[in-house]
Design a protein around this ligand. Structure first.
Ligand code: 3H9
Length: 692
């Protein structure tokens, strides 16, 4: 059932019922129209209330329907709203919890709106790369005024109902049962005529042209590669420049265009990808979880400190363990300074500052952390060091505690086997800065139990991370792929590129940072350390020596004031380095490689397709559950441009046969062995299929 119809006294109640958030899919729209007809044909009914069952009034149009004919099948949302708006009996929206997108547009088509306090009100379409397409851009300015409405449409941000209580959007904002309040309201207005309609409200904003021009300029500068924000301004502008029906028509045209853009498809993919990532086929939603009321972190370095802040931010007490008082003091002081900076910027209240700082304590004793519900090790990335820590944790931690390792490449099964409770061991790979980056790679060991997995997935939500589960392999999903990307970046230097040229090519595509600026930020010594291990473990893999030569010069990146680029004290800007460029040219000569001019297209293809090919192996081996999980890892942890939807979605957009064709071309060049298509990629390309 997608909407229920009931008559309460002389008021008909239509209750949207399409879990989880009463999305206005075809069946729900049909049921609302049927309910309206029934109410209008029933002489005993004097007023109509529309509300939502469960945990939402409505989350808007059903996004899952967007790519299907159902999305535009009649009754469209327009038709539904027209039926509601042209009713000759008063229609009251009883709004609670969530009223977004098409849900808010439906409510704005009603004659009256009663909302419960705390209901989240939004037109968030822009976040999906579209704009409100069922009258939202025309009706919201009529009830909120031009400026407030434009802000809401362009930002997509939700506003709690009580903050809008003084505007014309709501007739009442109530505490307690909103349906009861709406029924009482219906009784009061049942006989009031003429019926008020939002479309009839005049927008009073004399100097609107200047304001709209200012908005266009601001939004254009902020929108980046996304077309939707500027179209949102144009649609809202139509609310003041055009007659209502013309404005609706104009909005509709813009909506239809936007819905078909790759940017919108990519954002919708990311929306569902984020939600899918928290689900594993063999770990059902009702898997029991372990309560997490306290956390311990081993190591007060940059990573340990950042990890600890996540939990304090979520209100969970954290102990940080260090070996030496000096290191502990330094770590705690850094955390405090981070919070002070946020406080100074006005992004944190004094109360929250005190609360968060107060939740983080330090200790030098393993015994003192023994009662923590989860302990996260963030020590040096070395199996010997991890062995010592996990043996100690096994000795001291209470029964049932989750033992997590923040390793970025090491074998979690091996780490688990250092303990007598491998079922409690899991990998939690945070990304630096750990208090900022959204990604949490959750590494499932062979013996990790489902309740441990479900607990950590839940915890990642609680600390507002995108948790993506990876199986055990060297580098897990993200770093295993990035190794191929880094290898290509190194080869490109040998063949004719400068670090700046490579970085610029991918930054133009939308990457937050190219591979060399990224290396300088993260520290080039980390990759050096990992490569040295690989030279022993996997001598068959070839790497460019340029990164090793760089490290031999002590150029570890920003932290040493020099890396692939030069840096000036107190300035993070990267300046091209003649020392590095000379070093690269000499290395090419030593290799006997004739340097050539390399196009941006080749740079981008070699970097991205090397990621995609490795990802295809990862997917086929079951290290990642689904292609969208890989996209989420790259969108939230590696600065992959959001408007492309992640590497797999990007490859789908390019077309897998085209990806394979480009790979065949590069296979004829140096290190051609790197370009053998993974079996899954070759198969999907041959079948004309996609990853997602
Ligand atoms: C629109 O309205 C266009 C119109 O202007 C014009 C049309 C012509 N549809 O986020 P959660 C699912 S565009 C389908 O984890 P929360 C979601 O996938 C729409 N499904 O929960 C998940 O499913 P599952 C404008 C939807 O409590 C489940 O609900 N509206 C929709 O943290 C729970 O989601 C938006 O952009 C939907 N519209 O947050 C609102 N929404 O369990 C987007 C959610 O299978 N939604 N689902 O994984 C949100 O912002 C949040 O989901 C919401 C709930 C705040 C509603």
């Amino acid at each position: 059932m997608s909407a229920e119809y009931q008559v309460n006294g002389n008021v008909a109640v239509i209750t949207l019922n399409n879990p989880p958030v009463n999305g206005l899919g075809h069946a729900t729209r049909t049921a609302v129209v049927n309910g309206m007809k029934q109410a209008l044909n029933d002489d005993a009914v004097k007023a109509i209330v529309i509300t939502g069952a469960g945990k939402a009034f409505s989350g808007g149009a059903d996004i899952k329907e967007f790519n299907s004919p159902k999305a535009s099948a009649e009754p469209s949302l327009h038709t539904v709203i027209n039926v509601v708006e042209s009713s000759d009996k008063p229609v009251i929206a009883a709004i609670h919890t969530v009223c977004m997108g098409g849900g808010l547009e439906l409510a704005l088509g009603c004659n009256y709106r009663v909302a419960s306090k705390g209901a989240q009100i939004a037109l968030p379409e822009v976040k999906l790369g579209i704009l409100p397409g069922a009258g939202g851009t025309q009706r919201l300015p009529r009830v909120l005024g031009l400026e407030m409405a434009l802000n809401m449409v362009v930002s997509g941000t939700a506003v709690p109902s009580e903050k809008l209580a003084k505007t014309a959007i709501f007739n009442e904002v109530v505490e307690g049962d909103v349906l009861e309040a709406a029924l009482a309201f219906a009784a009061k207005v049942a006989d009031v005529r003429p019926l008020p309609r939002v479309r009839d409200i005049k927008i009073d904003y004399p100097n609107y042209e200047a304001y709209l021009q200012f908005s266009r300029n601001t939004v254009r500068a902020m929108a980046g590669p996304f077309p939707a924000p500027l179209k949102c301004v144009e649609a809202v502008a139509a609310a003041v420049t055009k007659k209502f029906d013309d404005g609706i028509k104009f909005e509709r045209e813009l909506f239809v265009d936007l819905v078909q853009t790759t940017e919108s498809k990519a954002l919708r993919h990311a929306f569902f990808g984020e939600r899918a990532a928290s689900k594993l086929p063999d770990v059902p939603d009702d898997t029991p979880t372990r309560p997490i009321k306290s956390v311990a972190v081993i190591g007060a370095g940059t990573m340990g400190g950042g990890i600890a802040m996540n939990f304090a931010n979520a209100g969970i007490p954290v102990q940080i363990l260090e070996m030496k008082q000096e290191a502990l003091d330094k770590g705690l002081a850094t955390i405090r300074k981070n919070y002070e900076n946020t406080l100074k910027k006005g992004k944190l209240t004094q109360e929250k500052f005190d609360q968060r700082v107060g939740l983080i304590t330090g200790t030098l004793s393993y015994e003192e952390i023994a009662q923590a519900d989860i302990v996260i090790e963030a020590v040096f990335e070395d199996m010997g060091v991890k062995e010592q820590v996990f043996k100690k944790l096994d000795e001291v931690m209470k029964k049932g505690a989750i033992l997590a390792s923040n390793t970025s490449t090491l074998d979690v099964d091996k780490i688990a086997d250092f303990t007598k409770r491998p079922e409690d061991v899991i990998g939690t790979h945070f990304f630096s800065p750990a208090n900022v980056m959204k990604l949490l790679e959750i590494v499932r060991g062979k013996k990790t139990t489902k309740d441990v997995l479900a607990t950590v997935l839940g915890l990642s939500k609680k600390i507002k991370k995108t948790g993506v589960v990876s199986g055990v392999c060297d580098g897990f999903i993200g770093n295993r792929m990035i190794e191929q990307y880094s290898r290509q970046a190194g080869f490109l230097l040998e063949e004719g590129c400068t670090p700046e040229q490579v970085d610029k090519a991918v930054e133009k595509m939308g990457f937050a940072m190219g591979p060399f600026r990224m290396g300088d930020l993260a520290g080039n010594d980390i990759g050096w350390y990992i490569r040295k291990r690989r030279y022993v473990e996997k001598p068959q893999i070839t790497y460019s020596k340029t990164a090793d030569l760089l490290c031999e010069l002590g150029r570890f990146g920003q932290k040493t004031g020099a890396g692939w680029y030069d840096y000036k004290p107190g300035d993070r800007k990267a300046y091209p380095s003649s020392i590095v460029n000379d070093m690269i040219i000499k290395h090419s000569a030593d290799l006997g490689v004739e340097r050539r001019k390399i196009s941006d297209q080749e740079i981008v293809e070699r970097l991205i397709f090397s990621l995609v090919n490795e990802a295809a192996y990862i997917l086929e081996e079951g290290i990642a559950t689904r292609a969208s999980d890989i996209d989420m890892v790259y969108l939230t942890g590696y600065g992959f441009p959001l408007h492309t939807g992640g590497p797999m979605f990007y490859a789908d957009t390019v077309g897998l046969p085209n990806v394979v064709m480009a790979m065949e071309k590069y296979a004829k060049g140096r290190h051609g062995d790197a370009w053998k298509p993974a079996p899954l990629l070759a198969k999907l390309a041959a079948e004309g299929k996609t990853f997602n």
